[in-house]
Structure formats: C-alpha cells, structure tokens
Design a protein around this ligand. Structure first.
Ligand SMILES: *Cc1c(COP(=O)(O)O)cnc(C)c1O
Length: 463
C-alpha cells in the first residue's frame, strides 16, 4: 500500500491540475509583462509579508501553494523579461529556451555522469562544439556548464592554478599551498567583483594582485602591464560591466603567449561579441587566451542560471575540478562533473542548446547586434535631450550623467519610482552615473523612446 503522502503525490502527477494551473499563471504573466510596471509597486512588496509565518505542521494542498505563489509572487517580481529593464547586466529570456527548460524540468536530469543522463551529456557535447565554432575558439577548447560567470571565472582560474603549479612540479591537489612557489595574479583596476571573489576563494589573496591601470573607458593600458612570466595569471575583460569596453586582446595576449603566462578572459556578457560579424572586431585575438568565462543568462537570453567556462587545457580544468569516490565510474563518454566543481547539477546545457539551435548563427548575430543598436539609439536620444553620455557605446552599455551628481542620483531614483523602466547607478571616473544595460531581445525602438521620456520626466522632477 502506498503511504498517505504517496497517494497524494501520485494523485497530483496523474491529475496534472496543478501543472495546468501553473501554465495559466505563466501565460497570464507573459501577457502582462510588456505593459506592466517594471519594478514591483510598494503595495506588491508589502504583500510579501503574506509569505511570512510558521512552517505548516502537516501536508497541505498543492493548488493552494501555487495560488499563493502566483498571487503574491508574480506582482513582486521584477519585469526583467520585458523590454524596459536596463538594470545591472541581466538579460531577458528566449521563448524556445524557456520552453526547453520547462520540458527538461519534467525530466529532472542530473548531469554529473553520462550514465545518469545520456541526453544531458550529449547536449553538453554539442553545445561545447557549437560554442567553439561560434566564438572562434580552437578545437581543443572544452566547456563546463556552471551556474554563471562567477563560478566560470573560479573554474578558469583553478585550471590556471593547477597548470602553473604542475609545470613547477607542484601538485596543488596533493600538496596544497604550504611551501608552494608563488603564482602572480595580474588584473586590471576595473576587474569585476566576481574576479576578486574567485581570487579570494582560490587562496591567492587580494593584496597579492598586481593591479594594472585602466584608461577612461576602463580598458587595461597595455604599456602598464609588467614583465610577464610562466608563473603569471593575467585576467582580461571582454565587456566592462559599466562601460562595455574590451581590453586589447590581440596585443596583450601576444605578449602573454610569448612569456608563457596564463590568460583568462572574463566575458560574462561581452564574449558574445565574437559571435556577431559586425562586433567581433572587439574580441580580435581573444582565441589566444587559455580560459574564458561567459554567461548564457545575460546576452544570449537563456533562463537563469547558466554560465560556461571554456578552457584550452582539458587536463588542467578536469584535474583542478576532479572528484573521486568508489562508486564514481568515469566512462569514455562525457561525464559533466569533470568540468565543474559540482557533482549533482541540473542540465543547463538543454536550454542553452535550445537557444543556439533555435537562433542559429544568424539569429545570434541579430540578437547581439540588436542589443548594441538599441544601446546606440538610447545614447543618441538621451544626448538629444541634454544628458551627458560618458562612454563610447562599443557594445550594450551606456553611462549617463546629468549636470551634477546630486541631480543624477535624484533622476535615477525618480526613474526607478516611475515603474516606466529600471536603471541602476554607479560611479564612473569619480562621477555619479546612471547605468543602462540593453540586454533583452524584447527591447524595441519604442521601448527605448518611452524610456528616454521617463528619463526626461524624472530629471524635470529632480532639478
Ligand atoms: C555579470 C558579470 C559577472 C558575474 O556573472 P554571474 O553570472 O552573475 O555570476 C562577472 N563579470 C562580468 C563582467 C559580469 O558582467
């Protein structure tokens, strides 16, 4: 006899009512998103208190659980999938990729080993090969599918650490850091916070970073790079998180290659420029690097969470992330956990595959270049309205300022309150700025113009 709980669960699975219910909620959400306030209203945020309370003593009703989630959850979500969210660097979601994820969620596959999920392993392999081709990377480059760029950077730098120590006859896995030779870490002043996090996690220590000065766009100044050697990890950037600027890969990588230094390129959103014929001049020479980190969930608009580490040294990557146990049988087929820190992991390659398969090379180009075009448009229209644009619009990022820091900050707050669009702030070369990141396929020319109106209205209130 099935237990009482089992009977309930079998019932849900057989009836499928909750799945139909959720489908309807999801469809209503999709229909609602284009027109709704981008940021939740204060009433919606206050209603989140409805979730606060004691954990139930006994098993409840699934339909009611989902009803509560939809009623109070959906209005308090941020409309990042719509066309007028420009905060941080987020990214919308492609329908085919989202749908593939929904289907794959029913499969609930674990990607640790081939034997756990041949389909997940196969699609990881296919994505790896397509990404190499799309981004113009050498045939020996392998990919690990992780939660995002934070972890992808960690993996790339772990591979670097393994390889550099190994070349000095030091097995870091066995011997650890005690008495180890020194590895130098060289990074630009504008390195992303997650680069610093990875450096910390890997035990290098922030105080040991050799910082390289950057220019007014946030690019590393090549002449400031010190003599490199085979004990050096050099971290470059494809897409500065504020300005969108790219380091001069061709020149810098050539120098690093000659010195036999390891180069990691953090290209969370910017690496995709390499997949657009009209933007790939920005990434010229990047194929000379050793490892790369990139997100699916930003520029490519796959659902959260999906990032990729790419590495031209399979042995270093897999040895750095190696795990073992008597029950783990690595086979000749692809065992995903060799390429990632996690063992159990959901099959992120499925929605990535769906995005790439659906878009094709032309679609990726159109998506990526389209983000750039909208960024150029928003910068032009804002300039026309008297706003200052502080960066060169090389990719999808736009930095905006008003006549004083105070007016800039107040304008930003009024924009956020308006619900018309959402933008965040930062400081750029000592000045307060409003950061715009165009990274959803859903942003249209009309969304841009409507958002510019919101900027003007907010500034009128702020001055
Ligand atoms: C977003 C971002 C990261 C971190 O990526 P996550 O996917 O959020 O982990 C790292 N570097 C840059 C340049 C980014 O834009």
């Amino acid at each position: 006899m099935p237990t009482k709980l089992q009977q309930k669960l079998f019932h849900e699975m057989e009836q499928k009512d909750i799945f139909r219910q959720v489908q309807q909620y999801a469809f209503d959400y999709l229909d609602n998103v284009p027109g709704r306030n981008v940021y939740p209203t204060s009433a919606a945020i206050a209603d989140l208190d409805k979730f606060v309370g004691e954990m139930p003593e006994s098993t409840g009703n699934a339909a009611e659980v989902l009803e509560q989630l939809n009623e109070y959850g959906a209005p308090a979500s941020v409309a990042t999938t719509g066309g007028r969210y420009f905060g941080f660097v987020n990214g919308g979601v492609l329908p085919a990729s989202l749908a593939a994820r929904c289907l794959a969620d029913f499969w609930d596959q674990n990607t640790a080993l081939y034997v756990m999920s041949p389909i997940a392993a196969k699609l990881e392999e296919v994505c790896e090969s397509w990404l190499r081709e799309l981004l113009g990377l050498p045939g020996k480059v392998v990919a690990g599918f992780v939660s995002g760029t934070s972890l992808a950077i960690f993996c790339g730098l772990a591979a670097a650490r393994y390889r550099i120590f190994k070349s000095a006859d030091w097995d870091i896995n066995k011997m650890g850091f005690y008495g180890a030779p020194k590895i130098r870490v060289v990074a630009g002043r504008q390195a992303h916070g997650t680069v610093i996090k990875a450096i910390t996690l890997l035990g290098f220590g922030v105080d040991n970073i050799e910082w390289i000065a950057t220019d007014e766009q946030g690019r590393m100044i090549p002449s400031e790079i010190p003599e490199l050697d085979e004990n050096t990890i050099l971290i470059l950037q494809a897409g500065n998180v504020s300005s969108g600027a790219f380091d001069a890969f061709d020149e810098i990588c050539a120098k690093a290659n000659t010195a036999n230094a390891w180069v990691h390129i953090d290209g969370a959103f910017g690496l995709w420029a390499a997949a657009s014929g009209r933007l790939k001049h920005l990434t010229k020479g990047m194929e000379k690097a050793n490892s790369f980190s990139v997100d699916g969930h930003k520029t490519l608009n796959t659902p959260y969470d999906g990032g990729i580490v790419l590495c031209n040294d399979k042995e270093a990557l897999t040895c750095a992330l190696h795990a073992s146990g008597s029950y783990i049988a690595y086979g000749d087929d692809r065992d995903g956990m060799l390429y990632t820190p996690e063992m159990s992991r959901r099959a992120r390659a499925i929605e990535l595959w769906a995005a790439l398969k659906y878009l094709g090379k032309e679609g990726v180009d159109e998506l990526v270049y389209g983000l750039h075009q909208r960024a150029v448009q928003i910068a032009q229209e804002l300039k026309g309205e008297g706003f200052q644009i502080l960066n060169d619009i090389v990719f999808n990022q736009v930095l905006v300022a008003c006549e004083s820091d105070e007016i800039t900050n107040r304008t930003m707050q009024f924009i956020q309150k308006s619900g018309e669009c959402w933008v965040g702030g930062a400081s750029w070369n000592g000045k307060a700025v409003i950061r715009i990141s165009v990274c959803s396929w859903a942003t249209t020319e009309k969304d841009v113009t409507r958002s510019v109106k919101a900027f003007v209205a907010a500034r009128n209130k702020a001055i």
